[in-house]
Design a binder for this molecule. Structure first.
Ligand code: MG
Ligand code: ZN
Length: 349
Protein backbone atom coordinates (compact mmCIF):
# COMPACT_ATOMS: atom_id res chain seq x y z
CA UNK A 1 0.00 0.00 0.00
CA UNK A 2 2.77 2.35 1.02
CA UNK A 3 4.65 1.59 -2.20
CA UNK A 4 1.57 2.22 -4.31
CA UNK A 5 1.06 5.55 -2.58
CA UNK A 6 4.65 6.57 -3.26
CA UNK A 7 4.30 5.65 -6.94
CA UNK A 8 1.08 7.66 -7.09
CA UNK A 9 2.82 10.68 -5.54
CA UNK A 10 5.70 10.38 -7.98
CA UNK A 11 3.35 10.09 -10.97
CA UNK A 12 1.29 13.08 -9.96
CA UNK A 13 4.47 15.15 -9.52
CA UNK A 14 5.68 14.14 -12.97
CA UNK A 15 2.28 14.91 -14.41
CA UNK A 16 2.10 18.39 -12.88
CA UNK A 17 5.55 19.02 -14.32
CA UNK A 18 4.74 17.94 -17.85
CA UNK A 19 1.33 19.59 -17.94
CA UNK A 20 1.29 22.63 -20.20
CA UNK A 21 0.21 25.78 -18.37
CA UNK A 22 -2.68 27.60 -20.00
CA UNK A 23 -3.96 29.68 -17.10
CA UNK A 24 -2.14 31.51 -14.33
CA UNK A 25 -3.80 32.73 -11.16
CA UNK A 26 -1.24 34.99 -9.51
CA UNK A 27 -2.39 35.84 -5.99
CA UNK A 28 -0.61 38.61 -4.10
CA UNK A 29 -1.28 39.21 -0.41
CA UNK A 30 0.21 42.65 0.07
CA UNK A 31 2.34 42.77 3.23
CA UNK A 32 1.81 39.06 3.85
CA UNK A 33 4.86 37.64 5.62
CA UNK A 34 5.03 34.38 7.54
CA UNK A 35 3.67 36.03 10.73
CA UNK A 36 0.65 37.46 8.94
CA UNK A 37 -0.10 34.00 7.52
CA UNK A 38 0.29 32.27 10.86
CA UNK A 39 -1.73 34.94 12.66
CA UNK A 40 -4.52 34.34 10.14
CA UNK A 41 -4.22 30.59 10.64
CA UNK A 42 -4.44 31.02 14.41
CA UNK A 43 -7.41 33.40 14.24
CA UNK A 44 -9.07 30.93 11.87
CA UNK A 45 -8.82 28.25 14.60
CA UNK A 46 -5.73 26.48 13.30
CA UNK A 47 -6.49 26.14 9.63
CA UNK A 48 -5.98 27.90 6.29
CA UNK A 49 -6.67 26.75 2.73
CA UNK A 50 -3.12 27.85 1.97
CA UNK A 51 -1.85 24.76 3.80
CA UNK A 52 -2.88 22.66 0.77
CA UNK A 53 -0.20 24.25 -1.42
CA UNK A 54 2.18 21.80 -3.13
CA UNK A 55 5.50 23.64 -3.31
CA UNK A 56 7.09 26.46 -1.31
CA UNK A 57 9.88 28.83 -2.17
CA UNK A 58 11.18 32.13 -0.85
CA UNK A 59 11.92 35.32 -2.69
CA UNK A 60 14.43 38.02 -1.88
CA UNK A 61 12.86 41.38 -2.53
CA UNK A 62 15.29 44.27 -2.17
CA UNK A 63 14.56 47.34 -4.33
CA UNK A 64 17.30 48.77 -6.57
CA UNK A 65 17.67 51.84 -4.33
CA UNK A 66 16.71 50.49 -0.91
CA UNK A 67 17.03 47.32 1.14
CA UNK A 68 13.34 47.45 2.07
CA UNK A 69 10.99 47.44 -0.91
CA UNK A 70 7.63 49.09 -1.34
CA UNK A 71 4.69 47.58 -3.19
CA UNK A 72 5.48 49.40 -6.43
CA UNK A 73 9.04 48.09 -6.82
CA UNK A 74 7.87 44.71 -5.53
CA UNK A 75 5.02 44.34 -8.01
CA UNK A 76 7.08 45.81 -10.86
CA UNK A 77 9.72 43.10 -10.22
CA UNK A 78 7.01 40.41 -10.46
CA UNK A 79 5.41 42.03 -13.50
CA UNK A 80 8.50 42.93 -15.57
CA UNK A 81 11.46 40.92 -14.26
CA UNK A 82 13.39 44.10 -13.39
CA UNK A 83 14.68 45.13 -10.00
CA UNK A 84 13.66 48.76 -9.69
CA UNK A 85 13.38 51.69 -7.30
CA UNK A 86 10.65 52.24 -4.72
CA UNK A 87 7.59 53.94 -6.22
CA UNK A 88 8.31 52.73 -9.79
CA UNK A 89 5.25 51.52 -11.72
CA UNK A 90 6.18 49.21 -14.62
CA UNK A 91 9.47 51.03 -15.26
CA UNK A 92 13.03 49.87 -14.57
CA UNK A 93 15.67 51.58 -12.41
CA UNK A 94 16.41 54.03 -15.26
CA UNK A 95 12.66 54.89 -15.49
CA UNK A 96 12.37 53.08 -18.82
CA UNK A 97 9.00 51.34 -19.35
CA UNK A 98 9.31 47.55 -19.42
CA UNK A 99 6.82 45.08 -20.83
CA UNK A 100 4.70 43.28 -18.21
CA UNK A 101 3.40 39.71 -17.90
CA UNK A 102 -0.09 41.02 -18.55
CA UNK A 103 1.02 42.75 -21.75
CA UNK A 104 2.95 39.66 -22.92
CA UNK A 105 -0.11 37.50 -22.22
CA UNK A 106 -2.31 39.85 -24.25
CA UNK A 107 0.14 39.79 -27.13
CA UNK A 108 0.03 36.00 -27.10
CA UNK A 109 -3.78 36.02 -27.34
CA UNK A 110 -4.56 35.16 -23.72
CA UNK A 111 -7.25 36.94 -21.74
CA UNK A 112 -6.11 39.10 -18.84
CA UNK A 113 -7.54 40.49 -15.64
CA UNK A 114 -6.73 42.39 -12.45
CA UNK A 115 -8.72 42.19 -9.22
CA UNK A 116 -7.93 44.06 -6.01
CA UNK A 117 -9.30 45.30 -2.69
CA UNK A 118 -7.72 48.75 -3.04
CA UNK A 119 -7.74 51.40 -5.77
CA UNK A 120 -7.18 49.68 -9.10
CA UNK A 121 -4.60 52.43 -9.70
CA UNK A 122 -2.69 51.49 -6.53
CA UNK A 123 0.87 50.19 -6.83
CA UNK A 124 0.29 46.44 -6.99
CA UNK A 125 -2.32 46.15 -9.76
CA UNK A 126 -1.02 49.12 -11.75
CA UNK A 127 2.52 47.69 -11.99
CA UNK A 128 1.08 44.99 -14.28
CA UNK A 129 -0.54 47.41 -16.72
CA UNK A 130 0.84 50.95 -16.34
CA UNK A 131 4.21 52.62 -16.84
CA UNK A 132 4.78 55.68 -14.68
CA UNK A 133 7.69 57.10 -12.72
CA UNK A 134 5.77 57.45 -9.47
CA UNK A 135 3.02 55.45 -7.81
CA UNK A 136 1.28 58.64 -6.72
CA UNK A 137 0.43 59.49 -10.35
CA UNK A 138 -3.01 57.89 -10.05
CA UNK A 139 -4.64 59.80 -12.91
CA UNK A 140 -1.82 59.02 -15.34
CA UNK A 141 -1.95 55.38 -14.22
CA UNK A 142 -5.74 55.27 -14.80
CA UNK A 143 -5.22 56.59 -18.34
CA UNK A 144 -2.72 53.79 -18.99
CA UNK A 145 -5.51 51.22 -18.51
CA UNK A 146 -7.05 52.50 -21.74
CA UNK A 147 -3.89 51.85 -23.71
CA UNK A 148 -4.28 48.09 -23.21
CA UNK A 149 -6.71 45.35 -24.10
CA UNK A 150 -7.13 44.05 -20.56
CA UNK A 151 -10.43 42.15 -20.44
CA UNK A 152 -11.47 42.67 -16.83
CA UNK A 153 -10.38 44.88 -13.96
CA UNK A 154 -12.10 45.23 -10.63
CA UNK A 155 -11.27 47.35 -7.59
CA UNK A 156 -11.76 50.85 -6.20
CA UNK A 157 -10.52 54.24 -7.38
CA UNK A 158 -13.42 55.39 -9.58
CA UNK A 159 -12.52 59.05 -8.99
CA UNK A 160 -9.26 58.66 -10.91
CA UNK A 161 -11.34 57.72 -13.94
CA UNK A 162 -14.17 60.24 -13.83
CA UNK A 163 -13.15 63.19 -11.61
CA UNK A 164 -9.89 64.16 -13.22
CA UNK A 165 -7.86 67.34 -13.43
CA UNK A 166 -7.53 66.95 -17.21
CA UNK A 167 -11.33 66.80 -17.59
CA UNK A 168 -11.30 63.44 -19.36
CA UNK A 169 -14.01 60.98 -18.35
CA UNK A 170 -12.34 57.61 -18.62
CA UNK A 171 -15.52 55.77 -17.64
CA UNK A 172 -17.15 57.10 -20.81
CA UNK A 173 -13.98 56.35 -22.80
CA UNK A 174 -14.00 52.77 -21.51
CA UNK A 175 -17.61 52.41 -22.65
CA UNK A 176 -16.65 53.51 -26.18
CA UNK A 177 -14.03 50.74 -26.07
CA UNK A 178 -16.91 48.28 -25.45
CA UNK A 179 -16.36 47.79 -21.74
CA UNK A 180 -19.30 47.58 -19.42
CA UNK A 181 -18.44 49.72 -16.38
CA UNK A 182 -20.26 48.97 -13.11
CA UNK A 183 -20.02 50.60 -9.71
CA UNK A 184 -21.36 47.88 -7.41
CA UNK A 185 -20.88 44.17 -6.74
CA UNK A 186 -24.45 43.17 -7.60
CA UNK A 187 -24.24 44.75 -11.06
CA UNK A 188 -20.84 43.15 -11.51
CA UNK A 189 -22.20 39.71 -10.77
CA UNK A 190 -25.17 40.22 -13.10
CA UNK A 191 -23.11 41.55 -16.00
CA UNK A 192 -23.13 39.49 -19.21
CA UNK A 193 -20.36 41.51 -20.80
CA UNK A 194 -17.07 39.93 -21.85
CA UNK A 195 -15.21 43.20 -21.25
CA UNK A 196 -15.93 44.30 -17.74
CA UNK A 197 -14.72 47.05 -15.43
CA UNK A 198 -15.80 47.15 -11.79
CA UNK A 199 -15.00 50.43 -10.06
CA UNK A 200 -16.67 49.45 -6.83
CA UNK A 201 -15.63 52.44 -4.71
CA UNK A 202 -14.87 56.10 -5.22
CA UNK A 203 -11.51 55.57 -3.51
CA UNK A 204 -10.40 52.46 -1.62
CA UNK A 205 -12.94 49.73 -0.84
CA UNK A 206 -13.67 49.45 2.89
CA UNK A 207 -12.07 46.98 5.29
CA UNK A 208 -13.53 43.51 5.54
CA UNK A 209 -14.61 44.37 9.12
CA UNK A 210 -16.54 47.39 7.79
CA UNK A 211 -18.73 45.36 5.48
CA UNK A 212 -16.77 44.56 2.31
CA UNK A 213 -18.36 41.09 2.46
CA UNK A 214 -17.38 38.62 -0.25
CA UNK A 215 -16.25 41.31 -2.68
CA UNK A 216 -12.77 39.88 -3.30
CA UNK A 217 -13.84 36.26 -3.78
CA UNK A 218 -16.86 37.15 -5.91
CA UNK A 219 -14.87 39.63 -8.02
CA UNK A 220 -12.19 36.99 -8.62
CA UNK A 221 -14.79 34.40 -9.58
CA UNK A 222 -16.54 36.82 -11.91
CA UNK A 223 -13.26 37.82 -13.56
CA UNK A 224 -12.23 34.22 -14.16
CA UNK A 225 -15.69 33.28 -15.50
CA UNK A 226 -15.02 35.81 -18.25
CA UNK A 227 -11.33 35.07 -18.80
CA UNK A 228 -11.79 31.29 -19.04
CA UNK A 229 -13.94 31.71 -22.17
CA UNK A 230 -10.70 32.22 -24.12
CA UNK A 231 -9.44 28.84 -25.33
CA UNK A 232 -5.87 30.20 -25.34
CA UNK A 233 -6.01 30.66 -21.57
CA UNK A 234 -5.60 33.60 -19.24
CA UNK A 235 -3.41 35.52 -16.82
CA UNK A 236 -5.08 37.00 -13.74
CA UNK A 237 -3.55 38.87 -10.83
CA UNK A 238 -5.72 38.94 -7.73
CA UNK A 239 -4.63 41.00 -4.74
CA UNK A 240 -5.56 40.91 -1.06
CA UNK A 241 -4.41 44.49 -0.61
CA UNK A 242 -5.32 45.33 2.93
CA UNK A 243 -3.25 42.77 4.83
CA UNK A 244 -0.56 45.43 4.32
CA UNK A 245 -2.75 48.17 5.76
CA UNK A 246 -3.37 46.12 8.89
CA UNK A 247 0.41 45.88 9.25
CA UNK A 248 0.87 49.63 8.73
CA UNK A 249 -1.79 50.27 11.36
CA UNK A 250 -0.14 47.72 13.72
CA UNK A 251 -3.62 46.25 14.07
CA UNK A 252 -3.52 42.46 14.45
CA UNK A 253 -7.26 42.01 13.96
CA UNK A 254 -7.14 44.00 10.72
CA UNK A 255 -4.30 41.72 9.57
CA UNK A 256 -6.06 38.47 10.48
CA UNK A 257 -9.46 39.49 9.08
CA UNK A 258 -7.90 40.46 5.73
CA UNK A 259 -5.71 37.34 5.74
CA UNK A 260 -8.71 35.06 6.22
CA UNK A 261 -10.58 36.92 3.46
CA UNK A 262 -7.62 36.43 1.10
CA UNK A 263 -7.41 32.75 2.08
CA UNK A 264 -10.95 32.22 0.75
CA UNK A 265 -9.66 33.20 -2.69
CA UNK A 266 -6.73 30.81 -2.21
CA UNK A 267 -9.10 27.92 -1.44
CA UNK A 268 -11.19 28.71 -4.48
CA UNK A 269 -8.08 29.03 -6.70
CA UNK A 270 -6.83 25.59 -5.63
CA UNK A 271 -10.18 23.98 -6.39
CA UNK A 272 -10.22 25.78 -9.76
CA UNK A 273 -6.80 24.26 -10.53
CA UNK A 274 -8.12 20.82 -9.50
CA UNK A 275 -10.93 21.16 -12.04
CA UNK A 276 -8.68 22.75 -14.70
CA UNK A 277 -5.32 20.91 -14.52
CA UNK A 278 -3.67 23.28 -17.00
CA UNK A 279 -3.84 25.98 -14.32
CA UNK A 280 -0.91 27.24 -12.24
CA UNK A 281 -1.63 29.04 -8.97
CA UNK A 282 1.16 31.17 -7.45
CA UNK A 283 0.66 32.92 -4.12
CA UNK A 284 3.09 35.36 -2.58
CA UNK A 285 3.52 38.83 -1.10
CA UNK A 286 5.59 41.80 -2.16
CA UNK A 287 7.08 42.27 1.32
CA UNK A 288 6.26 41.93 5.01
CA UNK A 289 4.61 44.87 6.79
CA UNK A 290 4.95 45.88 10.43
CA UNK A 291 7.70 43.49 11.54
CA UNK A 292 4.93 41.47 13.09
CA UNK A 293 5.87 38.95 15.79
CA UNK A 294 3.54 36.38 17.33
CA UNK A 295 3.91 36.23 21.10
CA UNK A 296 1.02 33.95 21.85
CA UNK A 297 -2.21 32.54 20.55
CA UNK A 298 -5.00 30.05 21.01
CA UNK A 299 -6.33 27.92 18.17
CA UNK A 300 -9.51 27.16 20.10
CA UNK A 301 -10.56 30.75 20.68
CA UNK A 302 -8.68 32.19 17.71
CA UNK A 303 -6.91 34.67 19.97
CA UNK A 304 -3.67 36.12 18.61
CA UNK A 305 -1.08 38.04 20.64
CA UNK A 306 1.18 40.10 18.42
CA UNK A 307 3.64 42.96 18.48
CA UNK A 308 4.86 45.13 15.65
CA UNK A 309 8.24 46.82 15.44
CA UNK A 310 7.54 49.32 12.66
CA UNK A 311 4.74 51.13 10.90
CA UNK A 312 6.50 50.42 7.62
CA UNK A 313 7.72 47.40 5.65
CA UNK A 314 10.58 45.03 6.47
CA UNK A 315 13.22 43.45 4.23
CA UNK A 316 12.78 39.77 5.08
CA UNK A 317 12.42 36.93 2.59
CA UNK A 318 8.86 36.20 1.57
CA UNK A 319 7.30 32.78 0.99
CA UNK A 320 5.98 31.73 -2.42
CA UNK A 321 3.32 29.00 -2.49
CA UNK A 322 2.45 27.18 -5.69
CA UNK A 323 -0.14 24.68 -6.85
CA UNK A 324 -1.03 22.90 -10.07
CA UNK A 325 0.79 22.74 -13.41
CA UNK A 326 4.50 23.68 -13.14
CA UNK A 327 4.10 24.39 -9.41
CA UNK A 328 7.48 22.75 -8.83
CA UNK A 329 9.24 25.62 -10.65
CA UNK A 330 8.61 27.81 -7.62
CA UNK A 331 10.55 25.75 -5.04
CA UNK A 332 13.85 27.23 -3.88
CA UNK A 333 15.24 30.65 -2.99
CA UNK A 334 15.37 33.28 -5.70
CA UNK A 335 14.72 36.97 -6.34
CA UNK A 336 11.28 38.53 -6.65
CA UNK A 337 12.03 39.39 -10.30
CA UNK A 338 12.63 35.67 -11.04
CA UNK A 339 8.88 35.14 -10.56
CA UNK A 340 8.39 37.06 -13.81
CA UNK A 341 10.73 34.63 -15.57
CA UNK A 342 9.08 31.57 -14.05
CA UNK A 343 5.54 32.62 -15.01
CA UNK A 344 6.71 33.74 -18.47
CA UNK A 345 8.31 30.34 -19.03
CA UNK A 346 5.33 28.41 -17.69
CA UNK A 347 2.92 30.27 -20.01
CA UNK A 348 5.43 30.16 -22.86
CA UNK A 349 5.04 33.93 -23.40
MG1 MG B 1 -0.85 46.52 -2.89
ZN1 ZN C 1 2.61 48.92 2.53
Amino acid sequence: MKKLFLIFCLLSTIQSDAQQVKNVLFLIGDGMGVSQIYAGLTANHGHLNLEKCQFIGFHRNQASNQYVTDSAAGATAFATGFQTYNSAIGVDSTKKPQVTLLELAEKKGLSTGLVTTCDITDATPSSFIAHQEKRSMHEEIAADFLKTDVDVFIGGGRKYFNQRKDGRNLVEELKTKNYEVVDNLQALKESKSLKLVGLLAEENPVKISEGRGEQLLESAQKAVSILEKNKNGFFAMIEGSQIDWGGHANDKDYVTNEMIDFDKVIGWAFSYADKHPETLVVITADHETGGMALLGGDFKTGKVEAKFITGGHTGQMIPVFSYGAHAKDFAGIYHNYDIFKKIKKALNL
